[in-house]
Design a binder for this molecule. Structure first.
Ligand SMILES: Nc1nc2c(ncn2[C@@H]2O[C@H](COP(=O)(O)OP(=O)(O)OP(=O)(O)O)[C@@H](O)[C@H]2O)c(=O)[nH]1
Ligand SMILES: [Mg+2]
Length: 194
């Protein structure tokens, strides 16, 4: 997709902070430091749209971005990192649940995982809760540049076996060299009917 606009709209923690549901949206979820914010920058080709960091727990609010006046990208705070303060951890559940429950325009939850680590217990919990919220999960394994071409395809097959799913349903991505970008955009435009 040609990006003509990629703009920060709003940050919030509660439903009344969120922007009006005037466009379809997709949200990016995953463990802290997995590369959610980097994925948004890569997809929009705006390397500074979202702040990224080597320190886990960088994103602590729900952040909305307007893409081409056609859809919202929503960057969610990460979960599952031991060093994140307890208060931040405790706030995550109600904040994200409040979001998932109150966005009828949410078309898909892009579940971002590290290709080397695969699916962890907390990822699985989130993925398995998607049907309850009536949301389609899209499973993306990022940092694919950390493995060679054959190794990452092999890893994808292993993860598919572990998850009892079709390897074609799993996407590989790299925000460093844009591996998987076209396929990812196709999924997003299909699911949002753009
Ligand atoms: N090699 C490589 N590094 C990546 C990739 N994506 C992200 N990173 C690095 O991983 C670190 C974390 O990236 P972020 O995008 O800030 O991660 P996040 O998931 O938004 O993290 P939180 O906001 O803390 O939840 C940064 O140092 C990034 O440069 C990738 O595809 N390949
Ligand atoms: Mg982030």
């Amino acid at each position: 997709m040609k990006i003509t606009k990629a703009e920060f709209v709003k940050a919030g923690t509660r439903p009344h902070h969120f922007p009006p549901e005037t466009m379809p949206e997709v949200a990016f979820a995953g463990r802290s430091n997995v590369g959610k914010s980097s994925l948004i920058n890569s997809l929009t080709r705006h390397s500074k749209l979202v702040k990224t960091s080597k320190t886990p727990g960088r994103t602590q609010t729900i952040n909305f971005f307007n893409i081409n006046d056609k859809l919202y990208f929503v960057d969610l705070p990460g979960y599952g990192f031991a060093k994140v303060p307890l208060a931040v951890k405790a706030a995550w559940g109600p904040m994200v649940e409040g979001y998932l429950k109150h966005r009828p325009n949410l078309r898909a939850l892009i579940c971002v995982m590290d290709i080397r680590r695969g699916v962890q217990e907390d990822d699985l919990q989130l993925i398995q809760s998607c049907p309850y919220y009536g949301i389609q999960p899209i499973l993306v394994f990022t940092k694919a540049d950390k493995l060679g071409r054959n190794a990452r395809e092999q890893r994808k097959r292993e993860i598919a076996v572990e998850m009892n799913t079709d390897p074609n349903d799993l996407l590989l991505y790299s925000s460093l060299d844009d591996i998987g970008q076209e396929e990812m955009w196709k999924r997003i435009t299909d699911i949002t009917s753009l």
